[in-house]
Design a protein. Structure first.
Lengths: 65, 305
C-alpha cells in the first residue's frame, strides 16, 4: 500500500536521502521524499512496516513526522 | 592513517550524517570528524584504498578531493551549465530571451520600415547598422536585467554595488554610443545618461543608498562616455570599431549574469520570480519604440531636416 507522511524539518537533498534510506532499510518497498513539499511517500506492507513504525523511523532520523 | 578530504558542498548536518553513514558501512574506516567543508578520517590503508574514500563521498552526491577546491574552472562550469539545464533554467532563458527579443524587435521594425520609411532616401544607409546595434544592445540589456530581477534574494553591499554599476554603465555605454552616432552628442548623452542612471539606480537599490548611488554614478559615466566615443570617432572608422565595441559589451553583460548567478543564487536561498516573456517583451518593445522614435526623429534627423 501507499502512504503519504508529512515530515517537517527536511531542508535539503541529503535529508531526503537519509529519510528514504532509513525507510528502505526497514522494510519499505519504495520510498521517496521531497524536502520542498515536506512529504515522504512510501510503498509498504502494513505487516512488515506499519505507518506508525515508519513515522518512528523518520523521527529517529531527527525529523518531525 | 589519517586523511583529510575536502567536501565543499555540505550544507547542513544531514549532509555530514549521510556521508558518515556511508563510512560506517565500510570496514577499515575508523573515526571521522566533520568540519564545515571537510572531513578528517582515520582509516586502515591495508583494507581501504585511498580512492575509495573519495568515491564513497561522490556516490553520496558530493564533490570530494584531497586537495582544496579553488572555485570552479570555466570548463567545469560550462559543463555543469550544459548538463543541468533545469538547474540553470533561468540562465538558459536569458540566452533564449535575448535571441527572441532581438528577432521580435527586428520584425516590428521591418513592418514599421516598410510602412513608413521605405520611400525615404538614405534611410537604410544612415540608420541600418545603428538599428542593428540598437537591437543587439537593448535585447541583451533587457535579458540581463530580467535575469537579475528574476531573483529575490539577499544581496551583499558589495554585490549590490557591482550589479548597479555594471548594468548602469553598460546600458549607458551601449545606448549612448548608438544615439551619439545617430543623433549627436546632446541626444546621445541625454539618452545614455538617463537610461544608464535609471537602470543603475533600479538595479543597485537592492542594497540601499550605496548601491543606488553607485548605480547612478556608473550610469552617468557610461551614458556620457558612450556618445563621446561614437561622436569623436564618427569620421574615423567608427563602423569598424563598433563590432568590437558591441561584442565586448555583450560579453561583459554575460559575465554580469554569471556573477549574479554566482554571488546571489548559487548555494543560497533565493525566490525565483521571473517576469514572463510577454511582460518582458512588452516592456522592451515599449522602451525600444520610444527610443527608436527619438533616434529617427531626433534633432539631427534627416526626416525633419
Amino acid at each position: 500500500m501507499k502512504t503519504k507522511i508529512i515530515v517537517k524539518g527536511m531542508h535539503c537533498k541529503s535529508c531526503e536521502m537519509l529519510v528514504t534510506e532509513a525507510l528502505m532499510e526497514n522494510g519499505a518497498t519504495k520510498a521517496s521524499a521531497s524536502f520542498k513539499q515536506g512529504v515522504v511517500e512510501i510503498e509498504h506492507d502494513e505487516k512488515t512496516l506499519s505507518v506508525s513504525k515508519a513515522k518512528e523511523i523518520i523521527r529517529k532520523e531527527g525529523y518531525d513526522a | 592513517m589519517k586523511e583529510k578530504i575536502f567536501v565543499p558542498d555540505m550544507s547542513c548536518e544531514s549532509c555530514s550524517r549521510l556521508i558518515g553513514k556511508r563510512f560506517k558501512g565500510i570496514h577499515g574506516i575508523g573515526d571521522f570528524t566533520f568540519d564545515d567543508e571537510s572531513v578528517v578520517l582515520d582509516y586502515d590503508p591495508a583494507r581501504v584504498k585511498k580512492d575509495m574514500l573519495i568515491d564513497t563521498i561522490k556516490e553520496a552526491g558530493f564533490r570530494a578531493s584531497f586537495l582544496p577546491f579553488e572555485g570552479k574552472t570555466f570548463s567545469e562550469r560550462w559543463r555543469d551549465f550544459n548538463e543541468n539545464r533545469k538547474k540553470y533554467a533561468i540562465e538558459w532563458a536569458v540566452l533564449k530571451n535575448t535571441v527572441l527579443l532581438f528577432i521580435m524587435l527586428y520584425v516590428i521594425e521591418a513592418i514599421a520600415y516598410f510602412a513608413f520609411f521605405f520611400s525615404i532616401p538614405d534611410f537604410m544607409a544612415r540608420y541600418g547598422w545603428w538599428i542593428f546595434y540598437f537591437n543587439v544592445s537593448i535585447s541583451t540589456l533587457a535579458a540581463a536585467a530580467w535575469h537579475y530581477f528574476a531573483y529575490k534574494g539577499k544581496v551583499t553591499c558589495m554585490t549590490g554595488m557591482m550589479v548597479g554599476m555594471t548594468i548602469g554603465m553598460q546600458a549607458g555605454m551601449m545606448l549612448g554610443a548608438v544615439f551619439g552616432a545617430t543623433n549627436g552628442f546632446f541626444v546621445g548623452s541625454m539618452v545614455g545618461m538617463l537610461i544608464g542612471v535609471g537602470v543603475g539606480a533600479l538595479a543597485g537599490q537592492g542594497c540601499g543608498v550605496m548601491g543606488w548611488m553607485q548605480g547612478m554614478m556608473a550610469g552617468l559615466m557610461g551614458g556620457t562616455m558612450g556618445p563621446m566615443i561614437s561622436v569623436m570617432m564618427f569620421s574615423d572608422h567608427l563602423l569598424v570599431f563598433m563590432p568590437f565595441y558591441i561584442i565586448i559589451n555583450v560579453l561583459i553583460l554575460w559575465g554580469f549574469s554569471y556573477m549574479v548567478y554566482e554571488e546571489i543564487v548559487e548555494g543560497k536561498e533565493v525566490v525565483r520570480k521571473p517576469l514572463d516573456f510577454t511582460g518582458l517583451a512588452s516592456l522592451t518593445t515599449l522602451i525600444g519604440a520610444v527610443l527608436l522614435i527619438i533616434m529617427v526623429y531626433g534633432p539631427k534627423s534627416i526626416l525633419l531636416g
